[in-house]
Design a protein around this ligand. Structure first.
Ligand SMILES: NC(=O)C1=CN([C@@H]2O[C@H](COP(=O)(O)OP(=O)(O)OC[C@H]3O[C@@H](n4cnc5c(N)ncnc54)[C@H](OP(=O)(O)O)[C@@H]3O)[C@@H](O)[C@H]2O)C=CC1
Ligand SMILES: O=CCCC(=O)O
Length: 377
């Protein structure tokens, strides 16, 4: 069995509770996880441990356990399962927060949720999550609280507002903000959290709806290293890699730079699609040509076919991409760095927003290029 546990990335195998291990029956996913840690301590983490099939007595004695490989920029070892926070809060259950919290629940973690629109908590409650009626109550009842909120304003309000999480924090607790915000906002939230004696980590993510569902996000963390070490096993449940970047603000900056590049790539791709069609080419063929060359990108291959059909099923809302461009331009301004391409791109996303495309996927920015000027026929 030890040999079977020398695993390739992203593979799965089955644990038979008593047949392969001379041990008591495994009755819960977390017991199965603990068993895996014992037999395979060098595997960073386990993902998606869930009942696989049932014994004749209808007890879950077999589990399918998926393993994945992780890259990380910390030299410290991953904490043992016993050191990980017992109770986890999750604030903000939108496109990203919902699947992230679901993955924690599926991994057998004790999760308490809150969302401004309460109805979005229901699916998680039915999976076993607890519910509290304010961020303050969630933070008060949990060891570590994650927040995945829309923008700087909501991240501030949920963390530091009247019934905000900071009100429920104190020594021994941690707050992990995974929202995409600017460094200044992150530093303010950090100050509020640290003033209570708790630890703070910013951890915005690269990766969209599908990677969030698949536990394949990339965490860009900065802040209290002790909290980073503590939550590493939780980040590994929700993601495929994690970077520790030092001082608070560095994670936010890294995320904004990445999304600045992404927004411009999408705008440029959109121009190419529209131009190709106007000169009589088939834009689907352009997508195929690009996919085979040096500028191929998963994003083009994923979004191109639906963009050609003028379909924009929302994974990353356009309003959030424009917010990130705005924040990235602020970051560039703070160090007097010219970013003319990002500035022009931001204008295009603003036009798209003015055409009511805020809640569509950000690939709908192509529509802003199709809008006819009044003097055109
Ligand atoms: N979607 C994506 O592909 C990615 C998004 N991100 C970033 O993650 C964050 C969340 O994104 P996503 O899940 O897509 O966004 P959604 O718009 O789907 O969710 C936003 C969340 O913020 C909450 N919220 C908004 N305003 C307030 C407020 N004033 N007070 C309290 N809660 C509020 C919403 O609550 P309610 O349900 O009540 O509206 C919801 O839970 C954003 O910062 C985004 O930039 C990062 C990586 C990828
Ligand atoms: O912030 C959103 C990023 C989306 C992605 O990385 O695909």
């Amino acid at each position: 069995m030890a040999k079977a546990l020398m695993l390739k990335p992203n593979c799965s195998f089955e644990i038979l509770s008593t047949a392969l291990f001379n041990s008591p029956p495994i009755s819960t996913p977390s017991a199965a996880m603990a068993m895996c840690s014992t037999f395979c301590p060098r595997v960073s983490t386990q993902l998606n441990c869930k009942p696989f099939s049932f014994s004749p007595a209808n007890k879950p004695s077999r589990f399918l356990v998926s393993f994945k490989a992780f890259s990380s920029q910390t030299s410290a070892s991953t904490p043992k399962a016993d050191d990980t926070p017992a109770s986890i809060g999750f604030l903000g259950l939108g496109i990203m927060g919902s699947p992230m919290a679901q993955n924690l629940i599926k991994a057998g973690r004790d999760v308490t949720v809150w969302n401004r629109t309460k109805s979005k908590c229901e699916p998680l409650i039915s999976m076993g999550a607890k519910y509290k009626s304010s961020p303050e109550e969630v933070a008060a009842s949990c060891d570590v609280t994650f927040a995945m909120l829309a923008d700087p304003e909501s991240a501030m309000d949920v963390a530091c507002g009247k019934y905000g999480a900071a009100k429920g924090m104190g020594p021994g607790k941690g707050y992990v903000d995974v929202s995409t915000v600017d460094g200044e906002t992150s530093k303010l939230i950090c100050e509020h959290v640290r003033a209570t004696g708790a630890h703070f980590l910013e951890a915005p993510v690269s990766g969209s709806k599908k990677p969030a569902e698949d536990g394949q996000l990339i965490f860009l963390t900065a802040g209290d290293n002790v909290l980073y070490e503590t939550v590493a096993p939780l980040l590994d449940i929700m993601g495929k890699s994690r970077f520790y970047l030092g001082e608070v603000g560095n994670g936010a900056a890294m995320k904004l730079v990445v999304n600045m590049v992404m927004g411009s790539m999408m705008a440029s791709f959109s121009e190419g699609l529209v131009l190709s069609e106007k000169v009589g080419l088939d834009p689907s063929v352009l997508v195929e040509v690009i996919s085979q060359g040096a500028i191929s990108a998963p994003m083009y291959a994923m979004k191109g076919p639906s963009m050609v059909k003028s379909l924009y099923p929302t994974a990353f809302p356009l309003k959030h991409q424009q917010k990130d461009l705005r924040l990235a331009l602020g970051l560039a301004e703070s160090v007097s760095q010219p970013t003319p391409i990002a500035a022009a791109t931001n204008e295009l996303y603003k036009v798209a927003k003015s055409h009511g495309l805020s809640d569509q996927d950000f690939s709908a920015v192509i529509e802003a290029l199709k809008v006819k000027l009044q003097h055109q026929t």
